[in-house]
Design a protein around this ligand. Sequence first.
Ligand code: FES
Ligand SMILES: [Fe+2]
Length: 440
Amino acid sequence: MNVQSTVSRYSPEFDMPVRGDTITAERYISKGWMDLEMKNVWPKVWHLGGVLADLEEPGDIIRHNFAKESVIMVRQEDGSIRAFYNSCPHRGNRLVLGEATSVPRIVCSYHNWTFDLDGTLAKVQDPEDFAGGSPCGRVHLSELRCDTWGPFVFWCMDDDVAPLHEWLAPFPERLAGYGLDNWVRVLNLSVDCEFNWKIIRDNFNESYHLPTIHPELATFINDGLPDTLFEMYPSGHNSMWMKGHQATTRADYHTTEVPAPLDQIARAWDIDPAQYHGRTGDLRAAVIEAKRRLGPSRGFINYDSMTDQQLVDYFHCTLFPNLTLTMSPEQMQVLRTEPHPTDPEKCVFQHWCLYPPVAGMREVVTPIGSVPLRHDAVARHSVYGDGVSVGFVADQDLSIGTSQQQGLNSRGFKGCILPDQEKRVQRFHELLNDMVRPGG
Ligand code: FES
Ligand SMILES: [Fe+2]
């Protein structure tokens, strides 16, 4: 009988040392810590601002509110996209109040200052009343860096941060095979939560919680320790490859039949699950073969550019500090938490799901059920606890957030005790320590 190893596996090429800094509760509950993150962390990273599908024509604008900040991304007449702080240079009023709009010019609702799409002040009331002459043509909206990758727009507050594609490394290269450029954001969900943003970051930096929080995933995602591959990159980003189309190899799970929902997946690819009685682990290879053979004729044209691993496995990409991209060949999940404007014990959780366009496909099965395959088919913001789902698995993750936040407030909590498979959590906090309090 094989004895399953229960030691975690890190890629030898992409492993990183950790120091063992104590992860205390302060970072989850203190306003002072939150203020230091706002000053020293958030300006130093690229932020996913939205999707290109919302910026098709000149004058299309999307707004991204982030903590106390607000940024607008504007499609220009020349086709480029520029990002500006959403703050009027006159006396600071926010210029754009909705999530998305389309305008010939940007007009402030307070004193009607009017800006061209490139951010140049074009029109003011009483221009001759300014000492030194009219400010038109001389005053500009305050601009930030803006760039695109795949179907996404990003912005960054700091000129010294690496260019976007360099900052995203190694993911643009690793994800190229999925052919993400034309994937459609079908779900655009967000929810106000009663816990610090890092609670869910930690959750996405480990798979230790899967057997407890998501027990049903064990039937089709193999979260067994030596099977799961963890990688940590010098950039601070990390990843986790989990074998899919295979039940967990954890010691307490046994099956001889192909379990649901793997049996339906097998049938969908013309595979008889009964043939895999007693050797359910072999089904994964059969699905690879079937997807290669049948996929393109069923409209999954991107399969040709995917590796075998990409065709069946789950690739969890966690970008420092707060963005997770979870890949399967037919779905990309964007999972992110962002800080509350003022309260360190609150955050906003966002969950987008993108799908490749497949000819003839009208609906896709999403984490909230079947939904039409079109841009933002479901877009909604809710409050956690009101019973509005942000996706089955995400709901499970969020379910521990509030009680963990409460427990971290206890005088009895002395700091985290982590197994080796949570090294990505440890490293995340050490990177954060170095940025929040440079010099220690
Ligand atoms: S604050 Fe914008 S025009 Fe006055
Ligand atoms: Fe989870």
